[in-house]
Design a protein around this ligand. Structure first.
Ligand code: ZN
Length: 483
């Protein structure tokens, strides 16, 4: 390519370009050139051969790949934060299944929109979603319609569940019904941004033969298989109901499922040898550090994967416990959780040891950013298309204007401040592009009205609380007097 001849493109973005390419190059004064849906150039601004009708950014701007959220349950928007003050079984059976199960297509749309806006307005351009409340068959369609209206990329897993001990009757589906619906959703929704697969919640939420058949379908259709492992209840039911004394991953390996198309969410509290088994089988991990930290998991461990070459991405989980639904908090929690987990393991191993602080702590803001971009893309098997700013990839781009960002000034430790400081303020998000199309401009979604989204979601929650008798969980165990 000659640098003297100019080439036309649609949009040029200029700033500090964090590419996330294999060399992890950062162009201090760089450019990204977009033509149509793709990136056609990236490099140093002085070498830029492109001209464009639209040039964005410049001094004081950061150009980086859109973030990737590898674990979510978007329909939980209507029960946002209601985990506070409740036990797992209280919330699962008391309002979680009932309120999300009462969502038809319209309600699921209203429920999913606020968490989607949380994601995209902070620069998340791709999300996974695990949907398992199919009492209303078109509930999943409501979530996907909200996804499509935001312009985000989504890898949707339609989960089929049927275990009588962990799943209320109205939520149970036969294999044939689950597969038929998955194929319907694929036909109606798949396009260049949305893909659909079949999966299940966890080992103890689905009877073994059905679980194996669902996984086989994903292999036959060259798709991913999502599973919570270990899922809540695994410990309780694996021995009692499956006659299995080992761990969740050992079970998956034993029945021949644990392989490269498996994306396991959480993956904490493993038995000895299970992490090595995951590495050996090539499964991928959706780390959910912020939720684990909120729930008090003191022995979080991602190091056991990262040091053994296991592909990991960062996810949030459902809004019921992913307060704020801000993926940037997961970047920070990934680092703080690991460091606290390392200390916890050390103190446990050495009798009488005291916390002293370490000279060199695990990881860095740079590592967290990698997991939230190219790592997430690899976890979702989409790294041939997204996750970095390189020629030929989809133009999924976050442009931050840091000129008014007091928490990012001065800039010597800019990326560390960005990660530990929970990312940019929404109004500093100058642009979010998905496949070259602008979806957020100057902090606001270009199509979706967030005030309308809030009022619809508020009204939906009011209706649902009475409809399924869940108001008793509101402010449960509150220490305040509500008058
Ligand atoms: Zn989950």
């Amino acid at each position: 390519m000659s640098t003297s001849a100019t080439q036309a493109c649609d949009t040029l973005l200029r700033g500090m370009v964090v590419t996330m390419d294999a060399g992890r190059r950062v162009f201090l004064d760089g450019y990204v050139a977009v033509r149509g849906s793709r990136i056609v150039g990236a490099g140093r601004w002085v070498d830029c051969p492109f001209t464009a009708p639209e040039v964005l950014g410049g001094d004081g701007h950061i150009v980086m790949p859109g973030l990737v959220n590898v674990h979510a349950h978007l329909v939980q928007g209507c029960i946002r934060g209601m985990a506070e003050g409740t036990t797992f079984e209280e919330r699962l059976f008391g309002f979680y299944y009932p309120m999300t199960g009462a969502c038809d297509e319209e309600r699921s749309y209203a429920s999913a929109m606020p968490p989607l806006l949380d994601l995209i307005r902070r620069g998340v351009t791709t999300t996974a979603d695990d949907h398992f409340t199919h009492v209303h068959r078109r509930s999943i369609d409501g979530v996907l319609r909200a996804v499509r209206d935001t312009g985000m990329r989504c890898r949707m897993a339609r989960l089929t569940i049927n275990d009588a001990a962990a799943v209320p009757e109205a939520f149970r589906e036969t294999l044939d019904a689950g597969i038929a619906e998955t194929e319907r959703v694929m036909k109606e929704w798949e396009d260049e941004r949305i893909s659909v697969t079949a999966s299940t919640i966890g080992i103890t939420y689905c009877e073994p033969e059905q679980l194996k058949a669902l996984w086989q379908w994903t292999v036959d259709h060259d798709r991913q298989f999502d599973i919570h492992a270990p899922a809540v209840f695994d410990q309780k039911y694996l021995a009692a109901r499956r006659g299995w004394q080992g761990g969740s991953f050992e079970w998956l390996a034993e029945v021949g499922i644990l392989g490269p198309n498996v994306l396991a969410a959480h993956a904490q509290n493993l038995r000895p040898g299970e992490a090595a088994l995951i590495a050996q089988c090539g499964a991928r991990i959706a780390l959910v550090p912020d939720m684990e930290q909120v729930l008090g998991l003191v022995n979080f461990d991602a190091r056991q994967y990262l040091e053994n070459g296991v592909t990991c991405g960062l996810g949030l989980d459902g809004p019921v416990v992913a307060y704020g639904h801000d993926l940037w908090t997961a970047l920070r929690s990934f680092l703080t959780s690991q460091r606290m987990g390392d200390q916890h393991r050390r103190l446990k191993a050495e009798a009488g040891a005291k916390w002293t602080g370490d000279e060199m702590l695990f990881g860095s803001g740079e590592l967290a950013l990698e997991l939230a971009t190219i790592g997430g893309a690899k976890a979702l098997m989409m790294d041939d298309r997204i996750g970095s700013l390189e020629v030929g990839k989809e133009a999924d781009i976050l442009l931050i204007d840091r000129r008014g960002e007091t928490h990012l000034s001065p800039p010597a430790a800019l990326l560390a401040n960005l990660v530990y400081g929970n990312g940019p303020s929404p109004d500093a998000v100058r642009r979010v592009m998905v496949g070259g199309r602008t979806v957020v401009r100057d902090g606001e979604h270009v199509v979706v009205d967030r005030r309308e989204a809030v009022s619809r979601s508020d009204a939906l929650q009011e209706t649902l609380l009475d409809e399924v008798d869940a108001r008793r969980f509101v402010r449960m165990r509150s220490r305040y007097t509500w008058i």
